[in-house]
Ligand binder design. Structure first.
Ligand code: IMP
Ligand code: MG
Length: 186
């Protein structure tokens, strides 16, 4: 009965819990290979990446990677299903990042502005290198020159919720990812 619920009406199941688990494991293997022996800090972007980052860190542990962890809260303005053009850092990292390797973990890249800005911010703090890992990528929506280094799934231009991602703060708790039809509620 894998994720039967919320696959009706305005919701259409896109990625199952099992698919997320398998892909996260594959990403962790690649990240572990790339970062073995390095002084790694993972910076997870709140709130959307909380579930993905937690699962990724647990996988990394079993592969012998034990990074430090920090959080940022970065807002791209606009409520609902559009990420706006204005970016504001609401919570900054508290760890010292100077000369360290940083991997920013986020839920999804849309226009790319949030992660481009976040990467520049972390580089300005003196990090040695900054890469990014996202569970989802919507390349057709890109508005700036940014591409994540590790991508779980490339998805079409649809608004998705679940596994940390929200629509007006709802549905973050879902263990799977579903497309939500937002056309009727703007
Ligand atoms: P960007 O700055 O346009 O790349 O926006 C990235 C942020 O917008 C993500 O971290 C999400 O918080 C949010 N976002 C973009 N697309 C979606 C979506 O389909 N569902 C939920 N949140 C989204
Ligand atoms: Mg986000």
């Amino acid at each position: 009965m894998d994720n039967e619920c919320l696959d009706s009406g305005s919701f259409k199941l896109l990625i199952t819990e099992l698919q997320i688990r398998h892909r996260t494991k594959q990403l962790a293997v690649k990240i572990a290979d790339d970062y073995r022996g390095k002084d790694l800090v993972i910076v997870s972007i709140l709130k959307g990446a909380f579930m993905f980052a937690a699962d990724l860190l647990r996988r990394l542990y079993y592969l012998g990677i034990e990074p430090d962890l920090d959080f940022m809260r970065v807002f791209s303005y606009g409520k609902g299903d559009k990420s706006g053009g204005r970016i504001e850092i609401k919570l900054d990292v508290s760890l010292e990042l100077k000369d360290r390797s940083v991997l920013v973990v986020d839920d999804i890249v849309d226009s790319g502005k949030t992660l481009l800005h976040t990467k520049e911010h972390i580089l300005a703090m003196g990090a040695k290198e900054v890469k990014s890992c996202v569970l989802l990528d919507k390349p057709s929506r890109r508005e700036c020159d940014f591409n994540p280094d590790y991508v779980g799934f490339i998805i079409p231009d649809k608004f998705v919720v679940g596994y940390g991602m929200d629509y007006a703060e709802r549905y973050r708790y879902l263990p799977f990812i579903t497309v939500v039809d937002t056309s009727g509620s703007k």
